[in-house]
Design a protein around this ligand. Sequence first.
Ligand SMILES: [Fe+2]
Length: 297
Amino acid sequence: MAGPRRFESALLRVKNLEESVKFYTKVMGLSEVMRDRNGIVYLACGLDEHPDMAIVEGGTGMDCFTMRVDTEKELEAYRAKLAERNVATDAGEDKEPNQKKWIRFKLPSSYVIEIAVIAERDYPRSQEPFIRSRPAHAPIDADHINYLAPDAKAELDFLNKVLGYAITDVKMTEKQDPNQWVWTGVRAGEYHHDIGLQPTWGDRESKLHHIAWTFTNMEHMTAMIDRVSQEGIMLELGPGRQPIGNISAYFWEPGGNRFELSTDMPMIPSGARTRYFWKREVFSWGGEFPKSFIKGS
Ligand SMILES: [Fe+2]
């Protein structure tokens, strides 16, 4: 069975719903596409028809994230595989805009993952965006999520063996023991990673580390960084090139979650072996991690 396809969206908690909607739409250039009766607001980058983020008021962090499969047959295959392992699933239809059937279940980290069949064209098309008024600096798409899990080994095992994600890169500790790692990225297809995973540091709670957004190139990313800085928001880290290949910059958005802006993510051929590496510097270009960077939301 093929793994699920790319990361689609995440449901985040934000401190103040209307302030966040204002920031995401007026500053980041996302578009509000729907509000539901549970107070959830769905936002989209607008090149394709599916929302890239949903938000709800109350706290910070992530409630749930969505991965996509192409067919109902694939969805059923997941449901059967999860039932074999006694993993309880919820199932339904049409919960979000442009979504068909979905199943939801808990990961070992206790985060809820949703696997969904999306009712839309297959890929973003710049020449005929779903939302024509989207500004040029808006991200192309939701890129990936990165979270912290207390038992990161069990989480990785589940993502790999049950859900079929390939393990792309493992960043080890300075001891360079493959069983002791500080970060790993897993991929559904050829995109370097759809999920980044880290062990929690001295905390038994799973936490969101960041949500990432895709940009066409450095110039596109610079336009967003300029726009965000005009609102008085400073970058926490970057921009710089990661040892895994992409260029990224991070900041804390007003809702209380960390966002990454990302471009130039490498494509990894299927079947490529997992790469184990260690590097002291945060970026291949140098620099150190700020202390705040181990914190999640
Ligand atoms: Fe990331």
